[in-house]
Design a protein around this ligand. Sequence first.
Ligand SMILES: Nc1nc2c(c(=O)[nH]1)N[C@H]1C(S)=C(S)[C@@H](COP(=O)(O)OP(=O)(O)OC[C@H]3O[C@@H](n4cnc5c(=O)[nH]c(N)nc54)[C@H](O)[C@@H]3O)O[C@H]1N2
Ligand SMILES: Nc1nc2c(c(=O)[nH]1)N[C@H]1C(S)=C(S)[C@@H](COP(=O)(O)OP(=O)(O)OC[C@H]3O[C@@H](n4cnc5c(=O)[nH]c(N)nc54)[C@H](O)[C@@H]3O)O[C@H]1N2
Ligand code: SF4
Ligand SMILES: [Mo]
Length: 719
Amino acid sequence: MGTTRHTHHHSCTLCEATCGIVVTTEGDRVIDIRGDEHDPASRGYICPKATALADLHHDPDRLLRPMVRDGDTWREVGWDEAFDLTAERLKRIRAEHGKDAVAVYQGNPTAHNPGLLLFGQPFIRGLGTRNLFSATSVDQLPQMLASYLMFGHQALLPVPDIDRTDLFVCIGANPLVSNGSVMTAPNMRGRLAALRQRGGRAVIVDPRRTETASRAEHLFIRPGTDALFLLSLVHVLFTHDLVNTGRLGEHTVGVTAVKAAAMDFPPERTAPITGIAPEDVVALARSIATTERAVVYGRVGICTQEFGGLAAWLLVVVNALTGHLDEPGGAMFTTPAIDPIPLAKRAGLDGSFATYRSRVRGLPEFSGELPVATMAEEIETGGDGQIRALITSAGNPVLSTPNGTRLDRALGQLDFMVSIDPYLNETTRHADVILPPTGPLERSHYELLLTMVAVRNWAKYSPAVFKRDSDQRHDWEICLELASRVLGPDSLRMPGKLAASALERLGPDVMVELGLRSGPHGLRKLAKGLSLRTLKKHQHGVDLGPLERRLPDRLFTPRKKINLAPREYLDDLDRLRGRQQAWQPGELVLIGRRQLRSNNSWLHNSERLVKGKPRCTLLIHPDDAERSGLADGQHAVLSSRVGEVEVPVEVSDAMLPGVVSLPHGWGHGRDGVRLDVASAHPGASINDVTDEQCVDELTGTAALSGQRVRVRAVRPATV
Ligand SMILES: Nc1nc2c(c(=O)[nH]1)N[C@H]1C(S)=C(S)[C@@H](COP(=O)(O)OP(=O)(O)OC[C@H]3O[C@@H](n4cnc5c(=O)[nH]c(N)nc54)[C@H](O)[C@@H]3O)O[C@H]1N2
Ligand SMILES: Nc1nc2c(c(=O)[nH]1)N[C@H]1C(S)=C(S)[C@@H](COP(=O)(O)OP(=O)(O)OC[C@H]3O[C@@H](n4cnc5c(=O)[nH]c(N)nc54)[C@H](O)[C@@H]3O)O[C@H]1N2
Ligand code: SF4
Ligand SMILES: [Mo]
């Protein structure tokens, strides 16, 4: 009825690509979401998930007011009541049982939410508990550890310079579906097509012929064996005289130690284990070394496995030994407009490793966090330091961490749980209080974290699309309020030593302004430098150019040297040597997969993203299907030491024989969730099968990939 339409420029914050979007609204409705053609990074590209931002915004299941649980029923309460109750319970538990009795789990959307990053972190760190957990330990922890041990800072992650490389070696990542991770690069399909067009190559190393692999050269690898494969690559580099550390040679220590370590792993010895033929290893090593602009990149597949630590280290080693570190077309470092590293430094977040260990299983701390694979047992096991209360923020660990069934049970035995989350889902149903934050269209956005790992330097600020309701709270406001009530009004000392009360009025935008001005592209450095005002004028964002050489200046190691051979890794090689067994016939191992129309566990409540045939299927090679008496479409029971799920099978020769694949993030059939659409498309949770005892012993990262499983037909196939 004559309401005017407005267009807003914003970013999709669902995944790391952070594509620019144009949102058309009419009154309080989203009418349309499309790609912003003038966004310097995404240039009009979006994936099908962007439109789901509208579904999230209008989702009748989205919580808008705090909820308090009374037994099995929930009631909406005012913010004061919710905060009072939460603070009172958390304070009492801390007073009675000590700081470690309150645990925290932070999930993935934290990374896409600058308010939560800037204000959540100080609150959570301020609790002073050892029981901090996050999705990091089911994800990129090994890569952060490598950066910490080799470059001196956990956040100094190398990024593949995808637009200038001529050889993209991609190990354990599927960027055509994930849209790139630790590589903010919207439209990977376009970028890989451009690579081919300029005569370049992409080589994918993966146990499945993925969407990315089917458009590139592909080497099948047995899950969990990447460290062996990479050591053989290093072996060939040395034995074929292909090592050339280039410009950074004089800033690198440990080359001899790496050489000595690799000599035990000639490709002939590792081939029967990895499944990659020696001649393929030699050819690839030669290509990497002789292509001027080449890069070796890896992600989730190399991290969440038994030797994730070693594999993440060796990726950097190969790039360094072939002169592709910090060189155009290689593995480079960004120059973000707001540099999070000084911020992290001030918050004491440079990194740390194994300075203490978890109480029950002795898993190492990383940067003040313990591996989430141990969270359930830390709740269940009595004694000093037992977890009695849990704060979850932007996470759904019941679906996203190994042995979700056990965690599900353990959460039920907590004295108190509070969740900062917009949904009543598989995890938050255990909470006593849910504090729902504003949604992505109701807050301003500056891309703080992902500009650290983008393939070009760029900056963008977007004001909120919708003004939030006066009775809604941003994540950062929730964290600030909790900090003030649980830890005291002056507990949050942010950069610049502003007290909580001052920050309350200022919020993340002011932090962005301060960060921009003091950053490398800021007003202080350049006459026409960046400030919030200049960014507000450039609503599509500002391109700050291609990545530039940053080393050795950007190194944070004591002597400003790249440490190619940290002791931690050399010591872990013995464990790897002990595990060099060829595969047993009939052995079956599990890997995961991601799907374009979903994002971890929390986008299945959008009808347009879940419609169509069920997607939570078990991919299995025809030979394995036949041996198990399974036909396409039939239901199978997938089982392991910890549990079993029933899933339809999809017979596919894209799988390496002996490997089956189930996507993660499904399993919405649990009682008590308020997810209308998702509950009608529940699927099964892979993490009801993954074993929380399987970890990379070096880093504590969950070894989700490569676990032994069994598959049997629900009913034998009829003949
Ligand atoms: N088997 C297996 N397991 C895996 C993986 C795998 O590949 N295989 N992948 C792992 C990886 S890489 C990751 S990152 C983890 C993800 O693990 P999690 O982060 O634990 O899970 P998500 O599904 O991302 O859950 C996000 C939660 O945040 C809420 N949320 C969304 N936006 C916001 C917000 O702005 N503020 C707040 N406060 N809450 C919000 C959602 O409602 C949801 O409850 O899963 C891991 N688990
Ligand atoms: N559409 C969509 N996009 C997403 C997400 C999503 O859920 N859906 N999640 C986001 C998140 S949180 C993240 S962290 C990123 C992840 O981004 P990616 O890492 O690019 O995504 P994955 O699909 O997990 O890719 C891992 C690949 O490793 C392979 N793999 C498994 N085990 C092994 C192994 O032992 N060795 C090797 N070499 N490969 C192995 C798998 O087959 C898979 O192809 O994606 C992000 N983007
Ligand atoms: S790739 Fe899709 S989900 Fe990711 S930011 Fe772009 S539009 Fe959003
Ligand atoms: Mo992730």
